[in-house]
Design a protein around this ligand. Structure first.
Ligand code: 5CA
Ligand code: ZN
Length: 477
């Protein structure tokens, strides 16, 4: 890409900042000629690859990866009533093979319950097969009618991680939902993304679920983004698809199921929560480039500096660090701009004075500079990467803390929502949630809130004054 100049819009102008950074940091190209479909640039895909590598590692501890077809026959898709109602206006249909109309239309999976569960019915035979915990990472298609946005609301979700589990009892499935939430917490903590966990109101749960636990983050503009959900499916799907097992006494029993998903919204959160006015700020674990070495060529010692820089980069590479030597023939300032935009955690500058002192000057993407001895650079740089991660995590947690406030009366809610999420008392009635929404445009996100930042208290419902419990209210993407 060409333009290595000019400032990003300020992150306070979040929507513009977001669109610009996707382009300038080479994450997504939005020029693909189908609405809601976008193209990963290799650099963006490098972030995606490492983020999903992390997710895979966490899942692989006690799940197995699998892969199901993209196409779902209408006959399977139409089996579960709630599920159909939830997705019927979002499904893309394949109706023809060449010029011939198909006997049975095929849905492009909007999610894969109806692709996977007919096979689970064949695979699950006995209690010894349970629990069964599989996942896949695939593309899914949803004909979204709300405003589409790269990484946030897609019509082709390219990075849909969906896990589907089967259990002997309702309680075991409930415990699995808790495990899934814990796994998502760990995933997001590794990325330095602080989250709010809550139970969605009944009318907002996944179509075909007993209940839904959601993981939300708060974007810089104060709007929330749902970046993961775990659903207890009860026996709704096992009834429909006849997923039964023989228990220890030889009785056939219905199984209980869960599913939980994460999409590239995780990348949207990563970019948005950590980035600043100069570009991306990436957690070292997922940064395609962790360290950039910039030779500072002044005077006559060019060759000497170039060769020392190469040696430095080689040593870091040998220490297992993803390092790039930027020896392009352009101003150092342009290089700084380029790599700051791409979120590189540590920059090492090597000039004549550094060389004489046997050090490189390290500049951290999160602020501050120090020197690194050339002969022990690997260890020292590793320490700096950890320091960057710590700063990233803490800064994001501090920002979230400032984005959550309590509101006691409805008239205060608008003001509180300007800063982000409101913590309120709520009686649980839909009428009161509707009233909140009418007056503020914000929705009840959930109850049974689990966040160290939210004080759980018995309070009066902000809409009707009756006894209520703690709920989160926010405007969401
Ligand atoms: N089958 C279940 C669990 S995998 C399912 O489909 N759940 S979901 O509908 O809640 O989607 C899982 C997650 O995908 C959501 O929490 C949200 O973070 C993300 N997601 C949903 N729709 C989109 C979309 N159109 N674009 C990007 N991400 C999306
Ligand atoms: Zn109420």
């Amino acid at each position: 890409m060409d333009d290595d100049t000019g400032a990003l819009p300020s992150r306070t102008d979040f929507s513009n900042w977001y669109n610009e950074i996707l382009w300038r940091a080479e994450i997504m190209d939005v020029r693909y000629p189908v609405k809601g479909l976008y193209v990963w640039f290799p650099f963006g895909f490098g972030i995606r690859k490492r983020t999903y590598g992390l997710l895979r590692d966490l899942l692989d501890r006690d799940h197995e990866e699998t892969l199901f077809p993209l196409l779902i026959p209408e006959t399977e898709f139409m089996k579960e009533a709630e599920h159909i109602k939830g997705f019927e206006d979002e499904v893309y249909w394949v109706t023809h093979g060449g010029l011939s109309p198909l006997d049975v239309k095929l849905a492009l999976r909007p999610t894969s319950e109806t692709a996977i569960y007919p096979m689970y019915a064949l695979w699950v035979r006995s209690h010894a097969d349970l629990p069964l915990k599989y996942y896949q990472i695939v593309n899914t298609f949803r004909y979204e009618t709300k405003h589409t946005r790269p990484l946030i609301r897609l019509r082709e979700i390219t990075s849909f991680k969906e896990a589907h589990t089967v259990h002997a009892t309702w309680e075991e499935a409930a415990a699995q939902v808790e495990d899934a939430v814990a796994l998502y917490r760990e995933f997001y903590d590794r990325l330095g993304i602080p989250v709010l966990v809550s139970k969605r109101p009944d009318w907002d749960k996944f179509p075909g679920a007993d209940y839904t636990i959601a993981v939300d983050c708060v974007m810089p503009d104060g709007r929330t983004l749902q970046i993961g959900t775990a659903h207890h499916l009860g026996d709704h799907f096992s009834r429909t698809f006849e997923i039964t097992y023989e228990d220890r006494d030889g009785e056939q029993r219905l199984a209980f199921q869960t599913c939980y998903g994460i999409s590239e919204r995780s990348i949207a959160a990563l970019i948005s929560l950590h980035g600043d006015d100069r570009g991306l700020v990436l957690p070292p674990e997922v940064a395609p480039v962790q360290v950039v070495v910039v030779p500072i060529i002044v005077g006559k010692r060019g060759d000497e500096i170039r060769s020392a820089s190469r040696k430095l980069a080689g040593m870091l590479e040998g220490a297992g660090i993803r390092v790039r030597l930027d020896d392009r023939d352009i101003r150092p300032g342009a290089k700084y701009y380029h790599w700051e935009m791409r979120g590189v955690p540590v920059r090492l500058e090597l000039g004549p004075r550094d060389l004489d002192a046997g050090v490189a000057t390290a500049v951290l993407r999160t602020g501050g500079r120090t020197t690194v001895p050339l002969d022990e650079c690997g260890e020292e740089v590793r320490r700096l990467l950890e320091q960057v991660m710590k700063t990233i995590r803490q800064a994001a947690a501090d920002r979230l803390a400032a984005q959550i406030r309590t509101a006691d009366v409805l008239t205060d809610l608008d003001e509180v929502l300007k800063h982000g999420v409101a913590v309120v008392g709520w009686c649980g009635d839909r009428a009161c949630a509707d009233r909140i929404e009418e007056e503020t445009g914000a929705a009840v996100l959930g109850v049974e809130v689990r966040s160290p930042l939210v004080e759980v208290r018995e309070g009066a419902c902000i809409a009707c004054g009756r006894a209520g419990t703690t709920a989160l209210v926010g405007r969401s993407y």
